[in-house]
Design a binder for this molecule. Structure first.
Ligand code: NIG
Ligand code: FE
Length: 405
């Protein structure tokens, strides 16, 4: 059944914008006094509300001023976990580095332990709550990584839970296998562990269709460049690839680009040669300001990455260690001030550019045939959204044609 919603003060359609490079707000297509016609699933048409109301009889009329944007997409999270690491947050703030805590058996290993001890129900419910909060803040498509399994069996358990959650939440969930996060304590070497992911986990993952995406944490304290290259080469013709790259040191951007990865994520430490290499590829860079905030480390150089014509999206990295906040819009606002990013650069990076980094072409714009995912903020000027630094939440949400207030 066709419906019309409006009139919106401004609709930011995000149409006709490039997938890479810098953007100025002058490039924005803004429909003023706009309406959107949609059905149970898709957007049919946008345009002037008064014109559209002549064609459509089922009308949802909005009373106050609102700015409409595509539903947000968080392309990098680790929200299926149990436990918290507040004691490590204090420890890091007293000067102990994240990597040292990991090396000494804490960090990711602590979350693996707490996650192993939690029941399936606990994990399902805590992940659903995080998705609820994300949804209330406008995030309607959410990637979720495994990666806190202390054994291969526990990794499979997390992937099965993430898949179960797909049918329990209104958001769209994209599961990613991050078995190659860090070597669980019981395996004798990285090589043995990576081989057993290939031999023992992948066949089950494929048979049960648990994920079409594989990730690895490429870093000295996790998996080396050489280990990552040999692992990813065995996977790249079967899966989409994404890499935790250049968080603490250079090297992994080339690994991701060479293997044709959809995205290389983090990029806090990236040199000019790597930026050029990335800009000449189809691989997206996903930057994670929540991680810089959580660890108190510099942001990825987003201004420079965009000016070098890279494809950039922004995600939360929501996890209990490096990025516990999980608030995409707040993080984007902070990043926009520090990296001098325009509103359209920010909104592109959490809508159609984020969709592209996940290989999705059916969302991220308010445009005919796109999924009817959109969010409205109580304002008549889109610039107020980032200016409010996360305090302004969407007052109306439409997910796949269904309205939530
Ligand atoms: O993207 N760096 C690796 N993985 C996560 C952190 C996971 C954790 O600390 O629990 C990240 O920052
Ligand atoms: Fe991450």
């Amino acid at each position: 059944m066709k419906k019309l919603i409006g009139p919106f003060s401004q609709i930011l359609t995000m149409e006709d914008l490039p997938l890479s490079g810098p953007l100025s707000d002058d490039h924005l297509i803004i429909i003023r006094n706009g309406g959107v016609v949609f059905d149970e699933e898709k957007i049919i048409k946008t345009g002037n509300f008064d014109e559209l109301r002549k064609e459509v009889s089922d009308i949802i009329e909005i009373s106050s001023s609102k700015v409409l944007l595509p539903g947000f997409i968080d392309s990098h999270t680790h929200i299926c976990y149990s436990g918290d690491r507040s004691s490590e947050f204090s420890k890091r703030n007293s000067g102990v580095p994240y990597q040292r805590i990991l090396e000494e058996g804490g960090g990711i290993h602590n979350t693996m332990k707490a996650t192993a001890e939690a029941s399936d129900d606990e994990l399902v419910n805590s992940t659903l709550l995080r998705l609820d909060r994300h949804f209330s803040e406008g995030v309607m498509t959410c990637e979720i990584k495994s990666g806190y399994g202390s054994t291969l069996e526990n990794e499979l358990r997390l992937l099965r839970i993430i898949n179960k959650i797909k049918s329990l939440h209104k958001s769209d969930i994209i599961p990613t296998c991050l078995a190659a996060h860090v070597k669980p304590k019981d395996f004798e070497s990285n090589e043995v562990y990576l081989d057993s992911i290939i031999d023992d986990l992948i066949p089950i993952l494929r048979a049960e269709k648990l994920s079409t995406r594989m990730d690895i944490f490429t870093e000295e304290k996790a998996f080396s460049v050489d280990e990552s290259v040999s692992y990813l080469n065995k996977l790249s013709n079967m899966f989409d690839i994404t890499v935790h790259a250049n968080q603490f040191s250079s090297g992994a951007v080339k690994v991701g680009v060479d293997v044709g990865a959809r995205s290389v994520d983090h990029l806090e430490i990236i040199n000019d040669k790597e930026i050029e290499y990335l800009s000449k590829s189809d691989t997206s860079g996903v930057v994670l300001p929540g991680c810089s905030i959580g660890l108190g480390l510099p942001f990825a150089p987003v201004r420079k990455l965009l000016d070098s014509n890279c494809k950039i999206s922004i995600a939360t990295d929501w996890n209990p260690g490096s990025a516990p906040m999980g608030d995409l819009l707040t993080q984007c606002s902070i990043l926009s001030s520090f990296e001098k990013l325009s509103s359209v650069e920010i909104f592109a990076s959490i809508t159609f550019r984020a969709a592209n980094s996940l290989g999705l072409s059916d969302r991220g714009k308010i445009s005919p045939s796109m999924i009817a995912d959109f969010i409205a903020f109580d304002s008549s000027d889109y610039r107020e959204i980032l200016y409010n630094q996360g305090k302004m939440k969407p007052s109306l949400k439409c997910k796949r044609g269904k309205i939530y207030n």
